[in-house]
Ligand binder design. Structure first.
Ligand SMILES: NC(=O)c1ccc[n+]([C@@H]2O[C@H](COP(=O)([O-])OP(=O)(O)OC[C@H]3O[C@@H](n4cnc5c(N)ncnc54)[C@H](O)[C@@H]3O)[C@@H](O)[C@H]2O)c1
Length: 444
């Protein structure tokens, strides 16, 4: 099948590459010339495990191509996927500017039947907006060309995006017309050979499903974080509690970890956007409001622990940070808790030396030149001169560090573990002072 991907970011590039890998002819469009130049040069602009090899293989086979030429991209694909960003507006609503621009371009250039597939996360009613936008363009051109609009929200997780796309839990397709449904079934058949995973539903339900999933996951995280803070006060250990409740199949172990707050490009904006949708419809989602407030507070928890230990002013202090990305296996720092922590530490006069296996370039772009912030080439190098170590992202390489070396290098031998990577007792056995999240254990 001939496919056009409008927007070649995290979602567009992964989707385009994986669809090319099953034999489709994919053309990825982006307006960002730098991004397209990098891709044409055989490199990829993001860190995503396994992606580079798929992009290379399919580009070499001629099945995956990149362009900035809009007319060419509309001409190419019978299926036009829209995978552009939908960032939050000031009021929390999703900014649909890029989605509408993409729809307008399609309407302006199409000559034959097209299926427009909304893959971006968009509020309920956006498929109608896309349909009307295209109709408006066709009207202005005085022509009538058939087209369908489909909602196909994406559930991939950054850091495991290729795996998620290749072996999806489910493929949600919101579609009211049979011709487009058949095309979507054919396109996704190679990804569900083992058993049917496609859930075909009405368009509005599909659009809402994506927000419902992210809102539910964010709720679990905020709930566990609040429980962790309470556990700490009560002298209980949230890790033990997690095991105790996760064993109930109605609750389950997944996504039940306490930490330094959720970030990333999706949860924060999607929680806000869903609240906004509710408000527009005369409703107030009280649970989600609390989820968001709890998360804002949780992003400050590490700073609170540090000031409780070292005092309200941190002049002359230096902190080693392990992890900048909002989660492991990505270089994405959108809404990352590390940003709140670095801002807080430097505002209070501290210096920060940060290490991240993938996000150092992104951090340099985000923070620019700041005299109080330096980057280290390795986890241990970050500890030089540091008073304490702060773990912000749970990268695998931080799980079993050389604690003797950490003890030797740190000035104050204090570890703040924002992801509960370590067993408190084990760390303390090395002579380190340990502060986790919700580890108010009675064990000294
Ligand atoms: N990142 C994720 O993990 C994830 C997961 C599921 C869903 N989503 C959703 O998918 C959408 C895309 O997210 P992302 O993280 O890939 O965003 P991104 O910012 O990484 O990529 C979006 C790309 O679209 C391009 N673009 C914008 N307007 C364009 C236009 N008119 N024509 C062509 N290209 C255009 C931008 O230059 C950018 O490269 C969002 O709605 C997001 O909520 C993201």
């Amino acid at each position: 099948m001939k496919i056009t991907m409008v927007g070649t970011g995290y979602v567009g590039l992964v989707t385009g590459a994986c669809l090319a890998d099953t034999g489709n002819e994919v053309l990825c469009l982006d307006l960002d010339e730098r991004k397209i130049a990098i891709l044409k040069d055989g490199r990829i602009p993001i860190h995503e495990p396994g992606l580079e090899a798929i992009v290379r293989r399919n580009a070499a086979a001629g099945r995956l191509r990149f362009t900035t030429d809009v007319a060419h991209s509309v001409d190419h694909g019978t299926m036009q996927f829209i995978a552009v960003g939908t960032p939050p507006e000031e009021d929390g609503s999703a900014d649909l500017r890029h989605v509408v621009a993409a729809a307008r371009s399609i309407g302006r250039h199409m000559h034959a039947y097209r299926v427009i597939v909304d893959k971006s996360t968009v509020p309920v009613g956006t498929a109608d907006l896309v349909r009307d936008t295209i109709a408006g363009e066709l009207n202005a051109r005085g022509i009538d060309v058939p087209y369908s609009v489909v909602s196909n929200p994406e559930f991939l997780k950054e850091g495991a995006a290729v795996e998620d796309f290749m072996r999806p839990d489910r493929v949600v397709v919101g579609c009211d017309d049979e011709r487009a449904t058949q095309l979507m079934r054919a396109l996704y058949a190679p990804f569900q050979r083992n058993h049917e995973r496609m859930l075909v539903m009405d368009v509005r339900s599909a659009e809402l499903t994506k927000y419902a999933a992210n809102a539910m996951l964010a709720t679990r995280i905020s709930f566990m974080n609040e429980l962790a803070n309470l556990a700490e006060r009560l002298g209980a250990d949230v890790e033990q509690v997690r095991r105790g409740i996760g064993s109930d199949p109605r609750i389950g172990y997944h996504f039940l970890y306490a930490g330094a707050g959720y970030g990333g490009s999706c949860f924060p904006k999607d929680v806000k956007a869903l609240q906004h949708t509710a408000q527009e419809n005369g409703m107030h989602l009280r649970v989600l409001e609390a989820v968001e407030q709890a998360n804002e507070a949780q992003k400050r928890v590490l700073l609170d622990k540090i000031t409780a230990r070292f005092g309200e002013r941190l002049d002359g202090r230096c902190f080693a940070l392990w992890g900048l990305a909002f989660k492991p296996d990505t270089d994405d720092m959108r809404e990352a808790p590390s940003r709140v922590l670095i801002d807080g530490l430097t505002r209070l006069g501290a210096r920060v030396v940060a290490y991240d296996p993938a996000a150092l370039h992104e951090a340099q772009r985000v923070f620019g030149d700041q005299p109080a912030l330096r980057y280290a080439p390795s986890p241990m190098a970050a500890l030089e001169d540091a008073d304490a170590l702060v773990i912000v992202t749970e990268w695998k390489e931080f799980r079993s560090p050389d604690f003797e070396e950490i003890t030797r290098r740190l000035r104050h031998r204090v570890v703040f573990d924002g992801r509960n990577l370590y067993e408190p007792q084990m760390v303390r056995a090395f002579g380190l002072e340990y502060h986790g999240i919700g580890r108010g254990t009675s064990v000294p």
